[in-house]
Write a protein that binds this ligand. Structure first.
Ligand code: NAP
Length: 284
């Protein structure tokens, strides 16, 4: 990597940050695009976040990604939020335009893109079961509502959290019907009809565990499963979906797609197709 005195700096704020794959995929995209730029991981604790964001302005850093645990707190430290970020209440990308910071949530576009490109799912008119009610699920609900899904059921271990998520966000999408469920064995039969798509937006699968019941039974034959979780080996959810003949893909595609959206915001150009995805696959 040859950086000049005019090199553009972008990066990632997180705690922890050392296991992130974003530096690898963003720097691969920077290299493939021939840019005079670098993406740097910064270990920023919650108490240092405010100073770190001030540092973005002071050092004219072009932008940063935010990861755990900064996505919500960072919303209050920028000058402006894009429409998705306002709805979701969390940002994963900051763009610095001459000292004015704007926060974006590129998970929405990332999920919409990956469902289309990897699973060939057109969300309009579809029935979707969304599992989880955390930050990733909030972004997924906006992605589904905006793409005019016909019906979205949200199932969560803590059902009250799913209910709160719907109270916050469902009014933005009058064209979509919503319901909430307790995550558990009854879920395989609870939705009134089988769904076209199941999305896992929980942490289940990160440690090679499964839901403990056949959750894929709620998906119609020929339907699809998207697991936001990614691991070196296919998750148990992906294995179960494929065993039923369902289309299935893991979270690497979404990670790459949200990264591509951030890259576009910072550099005004798209990285080569699949450059980020290939970098993730090579990381194992
Ligand atoms: P979060 O805000 O902490 O929410 C975690 C969710 O997981 C909650 O719904 C929680 O349920 C549920 N959960 C955790 N452990 C569980 C268990 N043992 N059984 C059932 N449910 C459980 O996290 P997040 O930011 O939404 O992220 C969720 C997942 O999505 C993570 O695995 C993350 O890595 C992944 N993700 C991937 C991408 C990508 O680009 N691929 C992007 C964003 C997130 P309760 O409410 O009951 O606690």
């Amino acid at each position: 990597m040859q950086l000049s005195g005019k090199a553009v700096v972008v990066g990632l704020f997180g705690d922890p940050v050392k296991h992130s794959l974003s530096p690898r995929m963003q720097n691969a995209a920077i290299a493939a695009s021939g840019l005079d730029a670098v993406y740097v991981p910064f270990h920023v604790t919650p108490t240092q976040l405010c100073d770190a964001v001030t540092g973005v302005r002071a050092m004219a850093i072009r932008g940063v990604n935010l990861t755990i645990p900064h996505k919500e707190a960072a919303c209050h430290l920028v000058d402006e939020l894009d429409e998705h970020a306002k709805m979701i209440g969390a940002i994963n990308t900051i763009v610095n335009d001459g000292g004015r910071l704007k926060g974006y949530n590129t998970d929405v576009l990332g999920l919409q893109n990956v469902l289309k490109t990897e699973l060939d799912v057109d969300l309009a008119g579809r029935r979707v079961l969304l599992v989880g009610a955390g930050g990733a699920s909030r972004a997924a609900l906006v992605a589904l509502g905006q793409a005019r899904a016909a019906w979205v059921g949200i199932a969560n271990r803590t059902r009250a959290r799913a209910q709160r998520l719907l109270e916050d966000l469902a009014p933005n999408f009058p064209g979509t019907a919503f319901a909430h469920y307790q995550l558990g064995p009854s879920l395989a039969t609870a939705p009134p009809e089988p769904v076209d798509l199941l999305i896992n937006a929980t942490a289940v699968g990160l440690r090679d565990e499964d839901f403990g019941f056949p959750i894929c039974a709620s998906v119609r034959p020929g339907g699809a499963v998207y697991d936001m979780v990614y691991a070196a080996e296919p998750t148990r959810l992906i294995q179960g979906a494929k065993a039923l003949g369902l289309a299935a893909a893991d979270g690497r595609g979404m990670l790459a797609a949200q990264g591509e959206a951030a890259f576009q915001l910072w550099f005004g150009s798209t990285p080569g197709t699949q450059v980020m995805r290939r970098a993730l696959d090579q990381a194992g």
